[in-house]
Design a binder for this molecule. Sequence first.
Ligand SMILES: Cc1cc2nc3c(=O)[nH]c(=O)nc-3n(C[C@H](O)[C@H](O)[C@H](O)COP(=O)(O)O)c2cc1C
Length: 189
Amino acid sequence: MTFTEIAEKRYSVRNFSDKPVEKEKLQKILEIGRLAPTGVNWQCQRLLILEGEAMEKFRRCTFFVFGAQSGILVCYDKNAAWTSDWGTNMGSIDASMVLASMMYSAEEQGLGTIIIGGYHEPRLRELFKIPDYIIPVAALLFGYPGPSAAPHPRYHQRKPLEETVFYNDFSSAVPTEDRTELHRVKFPD
Ligand SMILES: Cc1cc2nc3c(=O)[nH]c(=O)nc-3n(C[C@H](O)[C@H](O)[C@H](O)COP(=O)(O)O)c2cc1C
């Protein structure tokens, strides 16, 4: 499969089968993540494998597991990340580069994937003993798609490029209203 074919085929899987992911496939995913570009090649990504007991713990932090047996909590060490001269810590970009590479590796190997950012971060920090200097970015869940796996009805609602791509400058950009309260995940205490 070409990269274009993989990218066109990928969608967020929200129904995983029980079939476990082979160790070799996980290893390949990790090796491909290792090749991702990072600021100054400082490789500040810190990855926590979610399988077995760890996946059970993750389940206690989120509504969004969809039967996945395997995943990776993608984090970065903020002290190990490059910070630009203007103060932007690049850690979340580095971690996202690794995450995206691993996601497409999983897809190439015939697995389905979903990225999960909707979790209870304080609970996550407590259960996985995450120190303050490690920042969770998102979890990548993967596995064999289950029988009812299908793209979400909104999958095809991609914005036209005119709304997201600008030429020359941003003078035609339209500000978006604050969305902080929109789509907030309500976790019970
Ligand atoms: C940073 C990030 C966080 C996400 N968090 C969640 C989540 O918590 N729950 C969920 O069901 N999907 C989550 N998704 C999946 C998105 O909803 C999905 O990528 C988007 O709707 C586009 O659909 P597609 O992936 O099928 O193309 C997340 C995706 C990203 C990139």
